[in-house]
Ligand binder design. Structure first.
Ligand code: COD
Ligand code: ZN
Length: 365
């Protein structure tokens, strides 16, 4: 059983770097040496849940992983030791109703080996006690153990400390524009919330050939950043009603509006921004009920959800990395800060300010 350093969440207190014992890869499992792991808002949701009580701890967070295969268990055929991989955090089963229909992001039996503390086969232990793999990955660690369908082989010349972001934020954002909404060329788009996910919705809309891309955030510095991803305009939502500001720029309503924060109020704003027949796409995880004027459905306005960019990871992840390597997708400006594992709590504090796009953790830094 190899030992490693990991950042462990044990409740409301900050994460601490601890020694963790890791199981050897069993049949169908892949041991990945983590090169880099991005800091995603969903991990922050888990930290908030740990503070308010309902999250089972101890847990190791981090699911935006780029790494190198260290070893494979019996029966693994799609990767071998030495291969570069990006982790797909919610390995689909390939067999359920939704997988067979091609909607892999909706898989109802994801092999997320549950890896629960009380589960039958804990893969991680601290002093003999089971530790959960948050979002099924546990990327704030030197190694992670994934089922085969949870790793995607990627090209060797792509920098893993950048393309790790394709494991979640990039695929979630670009996929929301291209796969979920299928943004039409020449259309007008708004994106509310310019974190790691929202900036990728902006560049997904650019790739799709949108005409106006209006980026909306409450933090003024996000305007210049969004421009690097293809935004044509910026609206500062802290300086007055964002719906009115967007409509002033567009001279009316929009074809698509994306919500990438997870607030009921911004979902309502997105729906108010679109024209008849338009589409509001909710990418953020919304914890409350949403109020929408019912009469708007007469105008065939659509309100749709998007999970993990409606992606098929084994197909989308290598394709997005090719676009980056060809200079068509901007990933470099997503990495605001690189930090060693011991600074993981500071990376979360940065995210809460809204000032950074993404931080990337180097577990050996
Ligand atoms: N109006 C405008 N902007 C706002 C407002 C507001 N009222 N409040 C906050 N913001 C801005 C912040 O300033 C910040 O720039 C941005 O919104 C949020 O960014 P981050 O960096 O905190 O968050 P992201 O981009 O990492 O992720 C946000 C999601 C809400 C999209 C996140 O929960 C998520 O990843 N959901 C997707 C669900 C999914 O598919 N998940 C896959 C596994 S993660
Ligand atoms: Zn994520």
């Amino acid at each position: 059983m190899p030992a490693m350093q990991s950042a462990v969440l044990r409740g409301p207190d900050p994460m601490q770097v601890e020694h963790i014992d890791l199981a050897d890869p069993e049949a169908g499992e892949v041991l990945v040496r983590v090169v880099a792991c991005g800091v995603c808002h969903s991990d922050l949701h888990a930290i908030h849940r740990a503070k308010s009580g309902p999250l089972a701890v101890p847990m190791i967070l981090g699911h935006e992983v780029g790494g190198v295969v260290e070893a494979v268990g019996p029966g693994v055929t799609s990767v071998k030791a030495g291969d570069h991989v990006v982790v797909a955090f919610r390995p689909n089963c390939g067999q359920c109703f939704f997988c067979l229909r091609g909607d892999l992001a909706l898989c109802e039996r994801p092999d997320n080996p549950d890896r629960a503390a009380a589960g039958p086969r804990p893969r991680l232990r601290a002093n003999g006690q089971p530790v959960q793999q948050g979002v099924g990955v546990a990327g704030y660690s030197e190694y992670t153990l994934m089922p085969e369908r949870g790793v995607v082989k990627v090209r060797d010349d792509a920098p893993l400390d950048v393309v790790c972001l394709v494991g979640c934020g990039v695929t979630t954002g670009v996929g929301a524009a291209i796969n979920t909404a299928r943004v039409q060329s020449g259309s007008d788009v708004a994106v509310i919330g310019l974190g790691g996910v929202g900036l990728n919705i902006v560049q997904g809309a650019r790739l799709a050939g949108a005409r106006r891309i209006i980026a909306v955030d409450t933090v003024a510095s996000k305007g210049d950043l969004a421009a690097k991803f293809g935004a044509t305009h910026f609206v500062n939502a802290s300086e007055g009603d964002p719906v009115a500001q967007v409509q002033k720029i567009a001279g009316g309503y929009l074809d698509y509006a994306f919500e990438a924060i997870g607030l009921g109020v911004t979902v309502s704003q997105a729906f108010a921004m679109i024209r008849r027949g338009g589409m509001a796409v909710v990418v953020g995880v919304v914890g409350q009920d949403v109020t929408i004027p019912g009469r708007d459905f007469l105008g065939e306005k659509k309100l749709v959800g998007s999970f993990f960019g409606s992606a098929r990871p084994q197909y989308d992840i290598p394709r997005l990395i090719d676009l980056y390597m060809d200079g068509k997708l901007n990933l470099d400006d997503l990495v605001s800060k690189r930090r060693p594992l011991r600074e993981v709590n500071e990376a979360f504090a940065d995210m809460e300010t809204g000032e950074v796009a993404r931080s990337v953790i180097n577990p050996r830094g």
